[in-house]
Design a protein around this ligand. Structure first.
Ligand code: COA
Ligand code: ZN
Length: 305
């Protein structure tokens, strides 16, 4: 049996939060369903953040409500939260998995949520203990785990200390996020090898942006260390409005291509993934696409209408 790689498509969150065009609820649902239909392991459907800070993520509660009602939709969902209010909103909407953001630099924490790193850690600790009572899964995503747009390179020991602390506190998973796409494969290998040597690597994931065209090389470096969980975004949409210079995430179709070519199983159907990618580009009017798109177009029939 082929070894499984778990991909979480973060396009409906990381992708849409940074687009010029704001999608309505119906369009957001259409995008989520197209990605789900391709067989993705998990979808980050949106975030519970201030609609003033990120207008594109308003109405995520209604989105969850509509998705839960659909009998045909059974893909595990997660939503990003920035604080305790976000946790409550996600829980009340009926979600059973949240991704809370931690920071490897103070400047990024302040810019993103107006908290210090330590304040964000304190809130996350509280959320973890609530979530254990509520039966809610918590992924802790460490922003700027490799480099911060304001403070420069992140010392690996800073990220490692956060990972250690939150593994001990019972985070279900921890994601190392290269928020601005500044990491290189050597850095990724160093950090992930260290972590693999001392903790359950199945609980660690990576989140790469392709700003400097190193996204896929970084995925490969992490795979080599034993990482089997990745965030990726349909058509490579993505970026953080609060982190200057962040461009799109690694495209789901490209990461799937890399993993499948290396003999891993992602559970994805490439024809349906191509359809979802074209839908993402069409709905956002962004013309975004993965680097594998041209090849996929030549080799897979379009599905759906
Ligand atoms: N969801 C929705 N609304 C929220 C919220 C949440 N998770 N947290 C706070 N709010 C609301 C407050 O209720 C308040 O509303 P009001 O003005 O109507 O009373 C308003 O947002 C401001 O709250 P305040 O606590 O003063 O925070 P702030 O203005 O410093 O903003 C955040 C802090 C965290 C709410 C805001 O910066 C944010 O949503 N950031 C998200 C950034 C993001 O998504 N980044 C990309 C992904 S990592
Ligand atoms: Zn991101």
């Amino acid at each position: 049996m082929r070894e499984k790689v778990v991909l979480t498509d973060v396009g409906p969150r990381d992708g849409l939060q940074n687009q010029g065009k704001i999608l309505n609820l119906g369009e957001r649902i259409e995008l989520v369903l197209a990605i789900a239909d391709a067989g993705i392991s998990q979808i980050e459907i949106g975030s519970f953040v201030s609609p003033r800070a990120v207008p594109a993520m308003a109405d995520t509660g209604e989105l969850v409500h509509e998705l839960i009602k659909l009998e045909s939709f059974r893909t595990p969902m997660v939503a990003l939260i920035p604080n305790f209010k976000g946790y409550n909103l996600a829980r009340n909407a009926g979600l059973t998995h949240v991704a809370m953001v931690l920071y490897a630099s103070d400047a990024m924490a302040r810019k993103n949520v107006g908290m210090s790193m330590i304040e964000a850690e304190a809130v996350t600790t509280l959320i973890l203990s609530e979530a254990q009572n509520d039966g809610i899964q918590v992924t802790c995503t460490i922003a700027v785990a490799f480099e911060c747009p304001f403070d420069g390179k992140t010392e690996p020991k800073i990220t490692e200390a956060i990972v250690d602390k939150f593994m001990d506190l019972g985070a279900d998973n921890i994601v190392l996020a290269d928020t601005i796409g500044a990491a290189n494969p050597k850095q990724v290998k160093f950090l992930t090898k260290n972590l693999a040597g001392k903790l359950d690597i199945n609980r660690i994931g990576c989140h790469f942006h392709d700003t400097r065209a190193l996204g896929l090389s970084n995925v490969y470096a992490a795979l080599e260390s034993g990482i089997r969980r990745f965030d990726s975004s349909i058509a490579g949409l993505g970026g953080c409005p609060f982190a200057p210079g962040a461009s799109g995430n690694v495209a789901t179709e490209d990461v799937a291509m890399l993993c499948e070519q290396l003999g891993f199983s992602t559970g994805l159907d490439f024809a349906k993934l191509l359809f979802a990618s074209e839908k993402a580009a069409g709905l956002t009017e962004s013309g975004a696409e993965g680097r594998a798109t041209a090849w996929l177009k030549q080799n897979y029939e379009k599905v759906g209408t």
